[in-house]
Ligand binder design. Structure first.
Ligand code: SAH
Ligand code: SF4
Ligand code: F3S
Length: 483
């Protein structure tokens, strides 16, 4: 995702242009933090506001309304947002009449408390209340600061076409469900996003069709736990229910040239049907993000993850059995409550055993009101958490480099996503396995598929050069047979 000016690098800014349909009214600037779901939510918000007549801008200095879509997953995510509110406060001092709205998970967690920052916050809106935003902004213009953080059992924004504001128009997020019904002891998401609900599959297929017509080359289906997607209108028999595997198949059939990805899978719920569906459709990417969190059975139990170390390893074996070339990535938490050196060593040994291709790795951060915060002591000293996290990161770097080295000499179909950040004569794209590849552009453009032969790598990136189809074909075969 492209990063814009006057926002910190970890933010995604929407509004690079005034899309058709966006109004000519007051200009809205939206800055987004957190997960892909939040990015997609900002696109929904942009659509709701455009329908209400608002225009969009990627320049905070030009905006009449500044919105920040927030994340609450770890304490440092929230610290970052407080820092941004300070910046917005200065902006309001400089430019009278600017309205500031706090959206998303931190808005949901802190609710009206956020309005205590009187000088800066005008509206607070939770993830299920975005339809109310035009009304709340109108009230705020009249001096009435407002909050809507009602969570819903039904809202999926199914009828809203998100305004796609990514710069290159290649890859789009499509939310297929909202909320989460799991209670992982450390996690704030069920409290900020409410109960799980699935979106009508026909509206998902329609959206993917629209994206295909617009020229998009890739969609990522989003949910906190996509494997528990289930659509069964009341009164219909079980056999007519649509599972995630069914949905994936329907989406893959929309356009055989469009890549399909999904995130996130939960190890307790990922089904063989999903993996078989991946194997059946060439356009479903061979990548599964399967967060493990810990390699210790004791930790997994305390985290309320509902699988064991062996259960996880069995899932990985089943995936590799059906899809030998599947890239497997994960999330890891270091220093959860009561974690011992032995537990930590088990995480390291599991990482080696699986050989993850890459991972997101975090230090445990206690979140108020979660099961862990209520029942367990956050008793691993910060220095120990930091050291364990560093060990996890160092090991993952080795594993990622090993995984990438195995790809040297192979050839991959790459979807070009953007010019390379370091040198614009180079392009950046991704393999089906979601690995980043950088190569000389040779006149090719963003949005094209090319074949790239990998010549070298780092732990984070594959490097190579474009080859023609004839050169690529035998190398691609090698890739498939795993020789
Ligand atoms: N729904 C997804 C992702 C949830 S959030 C899933 O179930 O995997 C993304 C990641 O943030 C989690 O996988 C976990 O590794 C991490 N995370 C969540 N809560 C955390 C906390 N309190 N402290 C540190 N990391 C956390
Ligand atoms: Fe959080 Fe667990 Fe739900 Fe993921 S599955 S969002 S980690 S509660
Ligand atoms: Fe953050 Fe909410 Fe996503 S807490 S990770 S923005 S679901």
């Amino acid at each position: 995702m492209e990063i814009e000016h006057n926002a910190p690098p970890e933010a995604t800014v929407l509004g690079g242009f005034t899309p058709e349909g966006a109004g000519r009214g007051p200009k809205v600037y939206i800055e987004t933090y957190g997960c892909q779901m939040n990015v997609n939510d900002s696109e929904v918000v942009a659509s709701i506001l455009a329908d209400a007549g608002y225009g969009l801008t990627d320049d905070m200095e030009q905006a009449n309304v500044v919105l920040i879509n927030t994340c609450a997953i770890r304490e440092n995510a929230e610290t970052r947002i407080w820092g941004r509110l300070d910046v917005f406060e200065q902006l309001k001092r400089r430019r009278k009449g600017v309205l500031v709205g706090v959206l998303g998970c931190m808005a949901e967690r802190l609710k009206a408390d956020l309005l205590e920052r009187r000088e800066v916050v005008d509206v607070v809106v939770g993830p299920d209340a975005y339809r109310d935003l035009p009304h709340l902004l109108r009230e705020a213009e009249l001096g009435q600061r407002g909050v809507n953080v009602l969570l819903s059992r039904e809202e999926t924004y199914a009828d809203i076409s998100p305004i796609r504001l990514d710069r290159y128009g290649v890859s789009a997020f499509v939310s297929i469900m909202r909320g989460c019904n799991n209670v992982c002891a450390y996690c704030v998401v069920p409290y900020t996003r409410g109960a799980e609900r699935s979106r009508d599959p026909q509206t998902i297929v329609n959206e993917v069709q629209r994206l295909s017509h617009m020229g998009y080359k890739e969609v990522t289906l989003l949910g906190q736990n996509v494997d528990s997607y289930r659509w069964q209108p009341e009164g219909t028999p079980d056999r007519q229910a649509v599972s995630f595997a069914d949905l994936l198949e329907r989406v893959a059939q929309v356009d055989s040239h469009m890549r399909v990805r999904f995130a996130t899978s939960h190890p307790k719920d990922l089904s063989r049907e999903v993996v078989y569906t991946m194997a059946m459709y060439e356009n479903i990417c061979n990548h599964i993000h399967l967060p493990v969190q810990s390699g210790s059975d004791r930790m997994l139990k305390l985290m309320n993850r509902h699988y064991t170390r062996q259960g996880y390893l069995n899932r990985v074996a089943a995936i590799r059995d059906i899809l030998p070339d599947c890239v497997i990535t994960t999330d890891m938490i270091a220093g959860f409550c009561t974690e011992t050196e032995l537990d930590h060593d088990q995480t390291l040994s599991l990482m080696r055993e699986v050989g993850f291709d890459s991972a997101f790795m975090f230090k445990y951060s206690e979140r108020p009101n979660t099961k862990a915060a209520r029942h367990y002591a956050d008793d691993v000293p910060d220095s120990v958490k930091t050291r364990r996290l560093q060990e996890i990161i160092a090991l993952q770097n080795e594993l990622s480099e090993q995984s990438n080295r195995n790809d040297v000499g192979r050839c991959f179909e790459v979807l070009i996503e953007s010019p390379s950040r370091k040198d614009p004569s180079y392009l950046m794209g991704r393999t089906m396995g979601n690995k980043a590849v950088v190569f000389p552009g040779e006149g090719h453009r963003v949005g094209e598929f090319v074949y790239v032969k990998i010549t070298t790598c780092t732990s984070a990136t594959l490097l190579g050069h474009i080859v023609d189809e004839q050169t690529a074909t035998p190398l691609l075969k090698k890739q498939c047979s795993g020789e």
